[in-house]
Design a protein around this ligand. Structure first.
Ligand SMILES: Cc1ncc(COP(=O)(O)O)c(C=O)c1O
Length: 520
């Protein structure tokens, strides 16, 4: 059955570069089924003489049991025969993964229980060998760096477009990427390109045309689609990466659809990724006692989207549109919408990501987040120097929007009467331009595994960093492990020590010292 006209259930009716071949799909299973949940229901009355120790909740600590409820604990089982096993699925997990592959249009789908980070690790390690080159944007999520460290690969960085007004990075422009692939000798030998699409702020690139260019050069396209699993279920959302032809896609089912925290998916299609190798890496990186609460939640999230996706995602979009319109009526606040598309680095927008720019109030996004939380009892998704980001989901209500608008009006008043100190201006006027991307002397793995020493920052010129250093703003890493510390980088870090609202990565957050690799 197809619960959403115009959207293919499964790869059979897919068109274009992502044409799939049903390898791991099962056309005989209905999307109304939920094999893992059905198996858990069937298992409820069994006498349990096996792990976990709380035995279906009967032995659980009462405080914990009252928090979760006995029902949840009853479903906390491990891989007993009736419940299949994630490493070698042949029963309910296999069926549930086949249903997910069918719905998302993949040839194969893995259920991942250690976050989208886990999906990214398997994806990267399935594609790369020791010393392989991979092209990536400079502002990747840390899980991509850890995957590259595990693989022993050599990253080649491309700078994303930076929006000066909004104060955050968008995507990498296609022409920048293509120029890089054509002119950088190492990039010409790169095995893969990994893109983050959408960005945290919901902007996307035209992956179909990028994918064509990447495949034409004999490389793989891997996509971190942590924030885009819902793209499949509404016509007005950007094109999903699988439909654009990506070879592998890591999705945060817990971020944007209804799965439990950590629960994610890895989808694979096409001939470029060796399936046996992907399976071997998945097993290497996955617990042998995967939580069935997480697995069942993936089954449920898939079923919910199959049966009601367009309606639910449509509701989230409507809520977001209402919120955006109302915010834009509050002077001093700004919320970009589809008008951002077409500017460099943005080909489309996920409207459920609502970025509220507070800079005209003279306060920072961090201050706005704290005010909304401490004074108004509202927690946003995140904040940066100029903005707070909220995500509208089908779990939100009109009441949530009313509360947020009330909070934002109170924020504006508090800023106007000086109740919130105006911290923004001084920083904005003095943040220096990013230094050039440093030369990489060692792969990140060699840098983190090498013998390291801590040196004063001002004595680190010419040394090889063993740490990542990211300053906020702009949230784009300045140093990665393996990179040579240049004069421009040092001058920049020196200045940012005084200005930054946050420094992440180095052990010494004051940046008085830095860990560098010895004897390089
Ligand atoms: C773009 C992106 N990729 C990957 C991840 C990792 O996801 P997880 O926290 O599920 O491991 C995140 C987390 O926020 C993310 O924002």
């Amino acid at each position: 059955m197809n619960a959403f006209p115009g959207y293919a259930l499964g790869a059979a009716s897919m068109q274009g570069p992502g044409q799939a071949r049903h390898l791991f799909q099962n056309p005989n299973l209905s999307q109304e089924r939920a094999p893992i949940i059905e198996a858990l229901f069937a298992y409820r009355d069994i006498v349990r003489l096996h792990m976990p120790g709380h035995r279906g909740g009967k032995g659980a600590d009462p405080l914990f049991a009252s928090l979760l409820g006995q029902e949840a604990l009853l479903s906390d089982v491990t891989g007993v025969p009736a419940m299949d096993e994630l490493h070698e699925p042949h029963g309910c997990i296999r069926e549930a993964q086949e249903l997910a592959a069918g719905l998302f249009g993949a040839e194969q789908t893995y259920f991942v229980v250690n976050g989208t980070s886990g999906a990214i690790h398997t994806m990267v390690l399935s594609a790369l060998n020791d010393g392989d080159y991979i092209v990536i944007p400079r502002n990747i999520h840390k899980s991509i760096l850890s995957a590259i460290i595990l693989a022993g690969a050599h990253p080649l960085f491309v700078q994303p477009v930076y929006d000066e007004y909004l104060g955050f990075a968008l995507g990498v422009e296609k022409r920048t990427l293509i120029r890089f692939l054509n002119t950088n000798p190492d990039a010409q030998n790169a095995k893969a390109v990994l893109l983050v699409n959408p960005t945290y702020y919901g902007t996307t690139q035209n992956l179909t045309s990028i994918c064509r260019a990447i495949h034409k050069r004999g490389k793989l396209l891997l996509v971190d689609e942590a924030h885009g699993p819902h793209f499949h279920f509404h016509r007005s959302l950007p094109e999903p990466a699988l439909r654009s032809g990506a070879d592998a896609v890591a999705q945060g089912a817990h971020k944007m659809i209804g799965a439990l925290t950590q629960a994610s998916m890895l989808h694979i299609q096409g001939p470029r990724i060796d399936r046996a190798r992907a399976k071997a890496w998945f097993q290497c990186l996955t617990s042998t006692s995967a939580s069935y609460l997480l697995l069942a939640s993936l089954d449920a999230a898939r079923r919910q989207m199959a049966l009601h996706g367009p309606e639910l995602i449509g509701r989230a979009i409507e809520l977001a549109d209402t919120l955006r319109e109302e915010v834009n009526h509050i002077s001093g606040l700004y919320c970009f919408g589809h008008e951002i598309t077409g500017q460099p680095g943005v080909d489309a927008l996920d409207p459920t990501k609502v970025t509220i720019t507070v800079k005209e109030l003279g306060i920072t996004g961090y201050q706005a987040e704290i005010f909304l939380r401490d004074k108004m009892g509202i927690q946003v998704e995140m904040s940066d120097l100029n903005n707070v980001l909220v995500i509208m989901s089908f779990g939100n209500t009109a009441e949530d929007i009313r509360a947020l608008l009330q909070g934002l009006r109170a924020l504006k008043r508090a800023a106007e009467i000086g109740q919130i100190p105006k911290k923004l201006k001084a920083v904005q006027e003095t943040v220096p331009n990013l230094p050039p991307i440093p030369e990489m002397a060692l792969t990140p793995r060699k840098a983190v595994q090498g013998k390291c020493t801590r040196v004063p920052l001002n004595e680190s010129l010419g040394r090889v960093s063993a740490e990542v250093v990211t300053c906020y703003p702009p949230g784009i890493p300045i140093l990665y492990p393996g990179e040579v510390i240049s004069k421009e980088t040092l001058d920049y870090l020196d200045m940012m020590k005084k200005l930054a609202f946050g420094i992440s990565g180095p052990e010494d957050k004051t940046l008085t010292t830095l860990r560098v690799v010895e004897n390089v």
